[in-house]
Write a protein that binds this ligand. Structure first.
Ligand code: MG
Length: 393
């Protein structure tokens, strides 16, 4: 795609393997270059001004928004991912602006109620092409945000869109054109996309430990059986034997983040030094990513993930919420897809136009878009309004 993008601005990575404005694949709809910002700063700024970004405040990962004010939401999660990713990008002389843009946008397509919501919506969409949250994030920035006079969506650069699409099925990849190509050809995304993906993992593993402890669903005694946690815990205890439990936990969590970041930077630095790709093209053509944890850290990470899956995500209190969330999503989809006139006018118009284009699959897609855009509390309220005759509409 021809771009007409401007010369490199400060903030673009100086290394030949970093993404910069000059090597960008450009925007779907050509635009004049920004005056005082890099192309990727502009992407980040558009994401921050998006409605879908604001809604992240009321969407959750593990806990539901009204369960407590201290838990992470998708918004605070995205900001934490951006913080971690930017630090790594700077340490590796990669493009910080692009990294930040990808991090802030990576969860824009998430349904209400975290993974439970996504699985439920995917189930509802089985006969209509399925529902994948990564694809939905791309759909949000490519089509669903309606703000600009000259184009649909946010018209982001190829590199930001590529980073948002962390994974997708091969069937979908074939329909996506430029951003889908790498899945078919088994190529890699930019280093900035690779690192943001791992920054996401570092962020959620660490903050789920923190939130899980705060909610009382997991205990320090349980976590002490997980080596990655226990090593940090012992160190904090050794240095600060009299510290309060709350501060001990924070000290452990910050060390958890730090040791993973340090491991990732050092391992990746070594790989970059060893392979020294001479261009972005060489990065893309490799069969394996160049941004990675060490083997030891991968194993320790896996142990922590396994623990979180068994003890936190499958805890009966989380499971109860999961089951309720699934029911809300499924019933909303059933009601709206059976009778789209139950939906607000604006959503009905989308149903009409997508149905005209793609029949029943188009109608179902418009219903899924409407549900996916809801916050946790809006979905609960909408479910009440649709199903409870005592509830005013
Ligand atoms: Mg995430």
């Amino acid at each position: 795609m021809s771009t007409g993008l401007s010369a490199a601005l400060p903030g673009s990575g100086p290394e030949p393997y970093a993404v910069s404005d000059t090597v960008s694949g450009g925007r779907r709809f050509p635009e004049p270059s920004p005056n005082y910002r890099s192309e990727f700063q502009r992407d980040r700024d558009r994401i921050i001004h998006a409605a879908a970004f604001r809604r992240l405040e009321y969407k959750t990962q593990v806990f539901v928004n009204h369960e407590g004010d201290l838990f992470r939401t998708r918004l605070t999660h995205s900001i934490e991912v951006a913080q971690i990713a930017r630090s790594i990008a700077r340490a590796l002389s990669l493009n910080e602006d692009l990294t930040e843009a990808i991090a802030l946008a990576h969860d824009l397509g998430h349904t209400p109620f975290g993974h439970a919501g996504q699985d439920a919506l995917n189930d509802c969409m089985k006969g209509y092409g399925g529902f994948e949250h990564n694809l939905q994030s791309l759909r949000v920035v490519d089509e669903l945000e309606e703000k600009y006079a000259d184009f649909p969506g946010l018209n982001l650069t190829f590199e930001t869109r590529e980073g948002i699409l962390k994974h997708c099925s091969l069937k979908k990849a074939a329909e996506l054109g430029d951003v889908g190509e790498r899945f078919l050809k088994k190529r890699q995304p930019s280093l900035e996309a690779q690192l943001t993906n791992l920054a996401d993992e570092i962020a959620y593993n660490s903050h789920d430990v923190d939130d899980g402890l705060r909610a009382g669903l997991i205990s320090v005694a349980q976590l002490n059986k997980v080596p990655l946690f226990n090593d940090q815990f012992e160190e904090v205890r050794r240095h600060y034997p009299k510290l309060s439990q709350r501060r001990v936990i924070h000290e452990v969590v910050r060390r958890l983040i730090n040791c993973q970041v340090v491991d990732l930077v050092q391992t990746s630095e070594n790989m970059l030094r060893q392979h020294h790709p001479a261009s972005l093209e060489e990065v893309r053509n490799r069969s394996h990513p160049l941004i990675s944890f060490s083997e030891g850290m991968k194993e320790r990470n896996l142990q922590l993930k396994r623990f979180l899956r068994n003890s936190l995500y499958r805890h009966y209190r989380v499971h109860r919420m999961t089951v309720k969330a699934t029911r809300v999503i499924r019933e909303l989809f059933q009601a709206f897809n059976e009778d789209p006139r139950l939906m607000p006018d604006e959503a009905q118009e989308k149903v009409l136009s997508l149905r005209e284009r793609s029949g029943p699959a188009g109608q179902a897609r418009a219903v899924a878009d409407y549900i996916a855009g809801m916050t946790d509390r809006y979905a609960i309220a909408e479910h009440e309004r649709v199903y409870n005759p005592r509830e005013l509409t």
